[in-house]
Design a binder for this molecule. Structure first.
Ligand code: PGA
Length: 253
């Protein structure tokens, strides 16, 4: 069976002690399962503690919410993908809409980060793409997604490992998730895009995820009917019990 993914994006929530407590409680609650990989993404300052907490739990990994696109140098306040790798981070979220909106991150910056994550640090990017509500209403969803994917992979010959998360901005934090039929349509389109841009093998092995107002009431239908290999969850991932319920919803697919 193809592996499923549950990504917990804790954003700028939970201090180091709270992050470790949620991680420890989550690990205790889930049965050892090889069919779901959980990726906990705490803030930078909590990474080390969470890595120590999930240490030796083979199906729980730790990801960073961002990184810079250079390995070292005079970049005050930034975090190097190589340093993240040395810490034990394996995945990096890149291009999240909150960074695009609040930090002005462009598609071109996302591309630099994707390259650095994959090529310099040999980490796995979780590339977030998605349109906003206005773009959706004006029928621009696929042209926005095309631009985001085209730029993010510009100059990249092949992908060893990458996750693509479709996260429509209108769904994030709105309580208004995608309907599974639309998720299916978009995930199929993303797979076709990857087939055309790379090849059939990459298209079939690249996990495609959905994110945006996922919770325990909708996770099962999105994962069973939405054509996706996993879910990227924000607010519903902050509580260990809910996160474990999301895990079980994905597992019992
Ligand atoms: P949400 O956030 O689950 O709180 O909508 C998802 C995300 O931004 O990744």
């Amino acid at each position: 069976m193809k592996k499923k993914f549950l990504i917990a994006n804790w954003k700028m929530n939970l201090n180091p002690r709270q992050s470790q407590a949620v991680a420890a409680s989550y690990v205790k609650r889930i049965q050892s399962s090889s069919s779901v990989t959980t990726i906990l993404c705490p803030s930078f300052t909590s990474l080390q503690g969470v890595i120590a907490t999930v240490n030796r739990t083979s199906h729980v990994s730790v990801g960073s919410q961002d990184c810079f696109w250079k390995s070292s140098g005079s970049y005050t306040g930034e975090e190097s993908p190589l340093v993240l790798s040395a810490l034990g981070v394996r995945f990096v979220i890149v291009g999240h809409s909150e960074r695009r909106i609040h930090l002005g991150e462009s598609d071109a910056v996302v591309r630099l980060k994707v390259q650095s994550i994959m090529q310099d640090a040999k980490l796995v990017p979780i590339l977030c793409i998605g349109e906003n509500g206005t773009q959706k209403k004006s029928g621009k969803t696929f042209s926005i997604l095309t631009n985001q994917l085209k730029t993010a992979f510009d100059g990249i010959q092949t992908i060893k490992q990458c996750l693509v998360a479709y996260e429509p901005i209108w769904a994030i934090g709105s309580g208004n998730p995608i309907v599974p039929a639309d998720s299916k349509k978009i995930s199929t389109w993303i797979r076709e895009y990857l087939r055309g841009r790379f090849n059939s093998r990459i298209a079939s092995v690249t996990p495609i995820l959905y994110g945006g107002s996922v919770d325990v009431t909708n996770a099962h239908s999105i994962i069973t009917e939405g054509g996706v290999d996993g879910l990227l969850v924000g607010s519903a991932s902050l509580d260990a019990k809910q996160l474990a319920m999301l895990h079980d919803a994905i597992k019992s697919r």
